[in-house]
Ligand binder design. Structure first.
Ligand SMILES: NC(=O)c1ccc[n+]([C@@H]2O[C@H](COP(=O)([O-])OP(=O)(O)OC[C@H]3O[C@@H](n4cnc5c(N)ncnc54)[C@H](OP(=O)(O)O)[C@@H]3O)[C@@H](O)[C@H]2O)c1
Length: 280
């Protein structure tokens, strides 16, 4: 990874933090997006301690806000002439329905819209880095997601796990459509399930959900184990030309039938563009 530039979200904690540190340890320069200044600075300090040879950077944005995500993408694009690996990883689970200033349901906004907007905003820089990779952290929880184009904001019947499942289904469909659009350009796109990992995930979900996730995490994998597939997809020559895949335990896996629906993936892309105010 020497000389490679890796842009990553959600690297102040959990799976993203370990992946960023390991990739830095292999020589990559890490450019991260964090929402909190003290956590961002602490994360960069850890990277500098681990791999002092590269000029690691942090940019700040609340990725649940579209204006912030577009701004940070423009900021990174002006600072980085080329990006070798873009890792969309920041995500969360919320027990009650909340609506962002953009009128989007919070889980959908953070877990799906931010992946799309950051990738859109950095697309030219990733293309300039080709052969380059886009990696999207999804989840086996996509199995709980139902894609209803008439209710993408889960307004009818909000359940935290179902909204989370929908957002993770969107991650896989987005990855497939991105891979289709990037075919032949040298840019690959893959998604992954990290396993059930004992990170800070769920701690801020609220209600019974936080309690349930905390209990389940007693049996969770370590963040080191959880980061393995992410690091593999970012760095292994074995997957240099694989695109559109969904990985688990460093191997291609089969997501649900709904997650392999390419017509739905195309429709989700146009719907997301419309919600993001981006003309096609
Ligand atoms: N843990 C699991 O079992 C599991 C299983 C399947 C998939 N995943 C997926 O793995 C990814 C990483 O999760 P994790 O388990 O590592 O959780 P985590 O420890 O809670 O880390 C989440 C990361 O996302 C960042 N983040 C959250 N909201 C943000 C916002 N509004 N703007 C910018 N950054 C924000 C957090 O920043 P702060 O440090 O400021 O909070 C943190 O860096 C997520 O996409 C999750 O859906 C996790």
């Amino acid at each position: 990874m020497h000389g490679k530039v890796v842009v990553i979200t959600g690297a102040t904690s959990g799976i993203g933090q370990v992946a960023a540190e390991q990739l830095a340890g292999r020589g990559a320069r890490i450019v991260q997006v964090a929402r909190d200044k003290s956590r961002g600075e602490a994360a960069v300090a850890r990277l500098r301690a681990r791999a002092p040879g590269a000029a690691h950077r942090v940019h700040y944005a609340d990725l649940s806000r579209m204006a912030d995500t577009k701004r940070v993408a423009a900021e990174i694009a002006s600072a980085e002439p080329r990006i070798d690996v873009l890792i969309n990883n920041a995500g969360a689970l919320f027990s009650t329905r909340r609506v962002t200033e953009d009128g989007l349901e919070l889980t959908f906004a953070l877990n799906h819209m931010a992946y799309f907007l950051l990738t859109h905003g950095l697309h030219e820089r990733v293309s300039a880095g080709a052969p380059a990779r886009v990696i999207n952290t999804a989840s086996s929880s996509h199995r709980r997601g139902r894609l209803d184009f008439d209710d993408l904001q889960s307004a009818r019947d909000y359940r935290g796990l179902a909204a989370y499942g929908l957002s993770k289904l969107c991650n896989i469909l987005f990855t497939r459509e991105l891979a289709r659009r990037c075919a032949g350009t040298g840019v690959t796109a893959n998604s992954l399930h990290p396993g059930f990992v004992a990170t800070r995930f769920g701690d801020q979900s609220g209600g019974l959900l936080s309690y349930g996730v905390r209990l389940a995490k007693l049996f969770g994998l370590s963040s080191e184990k959880g980061a393995e597939t992410l690091v593999y997809l970012a760095s292994s020559p074995e997957v240099a030309t694989i695109s559109g895949g969904y990985f688990y335990k460093c191997q291609l896996a089969r997501p649900t039938r709904e997650a392999q629906d390419d017509a739905a993936a195309r429709r989700l892309w146009s719907e997301t563009e419309r919600l993001a105010g981006l003309g096609s």
